[in-house]
Design a protein around this ligand. Sequence first.
Ligand code: ZN
Length: 196
Amino acid sequence: MKMLKNIGIRLTISHLSHYRTTYIFVVILLTSFLIRLTYLLDYQGSPFFHSPIVDAQFHDNWAQDIVEGDIFSLKQGEVLYKAPLYPYFMAFVYWIFGHNFFILRTIQILIGSLSCSILFLIGLHYTKRRYAFIGAGAVVTEDIPDYALVYGNPARIKGWMCECGIKLEFNGDFAECKVCGKEYKMMGENKVKPER
Ligand SMILES: [Zn+2]
């Protein structure tokens, strides 16, 4: 009976965290896209927006050559001076939408924003959701235990933090988060574990 109950709770948690992951993914994507879009709209006023120079000009010319039929980049000489993937990507966009810098840059900022959200997923997957709180400017010289709050130079343990980012107040060996209600137990001098 106890086993069944545990399984039930686990399913609920994983169900919730799936929604939460999707929610954070979308929020990061939209936020980073809006920041880039604001910059892009502002940058439209610059003469460099419409007349690329140096590397941008080089890539633009190369991409236009590809669209005009130089499929194998023969005009670039026998050995390519720069990596070819980017000009081919630009050529593909020009081929579909025409020679339009605004559309090209919008697609680029969308890819840039996606990379932020994907980085979040990578972090989620590889960091196993462990938590610690490190003060700004702290000089960390040794391993930090889970849930520890550290700061200073060198960084020292000054307290313990809940997963939700609230400082824990221990009463003996136990602490309950004032905000989310999650419970923790002090297992030794430098070890705090969440109660199941
Ligand atoms: Zn909490």
